[in-house]
Ligand binder design. Structure first.
Ligand SMILES: [Zn+2]
Length: 262
């Protein structure tokens, strides 16, 4: 099982080495901004370093919203990040499930997702798997609770799209972790990546504050149970820099019996 971390984008391979990580995830542009990603000088190194690369799309991307001034740039930016991620050999592009505004019909969000995927297909495809991630908050989110996720997959399941399960988001979002993998797979048929994070906040709080695996409000053993059941590559998005993330990776590797490939 590949285990890695979300790292600073300046030198991801060095960050992987510093953490004894098999995989890295990073942003290709400001996560709070609308700038298109630029080609990376280290593209060849990233493709050949033997470290699995995942890219996280900016947080501003919301292809579900009924606000066209957000929705249209979001689907363009998502496609741009997908092409840039494919160019560095990334295994997947993670994007949050998004949401509609208060008072809007959630059905429009699921339909807007379908339109975004059709738009990308007409433009030649993403070029790599796009992994929709469950989110922690919001009453109108497309992928917070599993009832919404089921409606989302009804709308987009014909398209080739994957799923990223974030344990902090599930817990804070109000989904019980015990048995969660089976309940998710009954909807999506797949889990392509796990974001292994503890939560600083209580079950169902709707807040998105990650903690190290031994911190927070989730029993670390329960996290391990979920990760083992998912059987997918794991990325920790935990605080504490190199030390905090190295400890989290080492804990998971020991618990899961996985060996480092670095
Ligand atoms: Zn995450």
């Amino acid at each position: 099982m590949l285990i890695g971390a979300h790292v600073d984008p300046t030198d991801p391979v060095a960050e992987a080495t510093a953490r004894a990580a098999d995989a890295v995830q990073f942003f290709l542009a400001d996560p709070q901004g609308w700038k298109a990603p630029q080609p990376r000088a280290d593209a060849e190194q990233l493709r050949t370093a033997g470290v699995d690369v995942y890219v996280h799309a900016p947080y501003v991307v919301n292809v579900a919203t009924g606000n066209n001034r957000i929705r249209i740039p979001s689907r363009k930016l998502l496609l741009a990040h997908a092409k840039a991620a494919a160019a560095i050999g990334a295994k997947g592009l993670v994007v949050h499930g998004g949401h509609v505004n208060a008072g809007d019909d959630p059905a429009t969000g699921f339909d807007n997702w379908r339109k975004a995927l059709a738009y990308a297909q007409e433009a030649g495809g993403f070029g790599l798997p796009v992994l929709i991630e469950n989110t922690a908050g919001g009453d109108n989110a497309c992928a917070r609770r599993l009832d919404s996720l089921a409606r989302l997959w009804d709308a987009i399941g014909d398209h080739e799209v994957g799923f990223c399960l974030d344990t902090c988001h599930a817990h804070a979002g109000g989904e019980e972790l015990l048995g969660l993998v089976d309940r998710v797979k009954a909807i999506t048929g797949r889990i392509d990546l796990v974001h292994a994070n503890n939560s600083k906040d209580a079950f169902g709080s709707g807040r998105d504050r990650h903690d190290n695996l031994h911190g927070g409000t989730i029993d670390p053993e329960l996290l391990v149970t979920v990760i083992r059941a998912a059987g997918a590559p794991v990325i920790v998005e935990t605080p504490g820099g190199t030390t905090g993330q190295s400890d989290d990776i080492a804990f998971l590797r020991a618990q899961l019996g996985a060996e480092t490939s670095v």
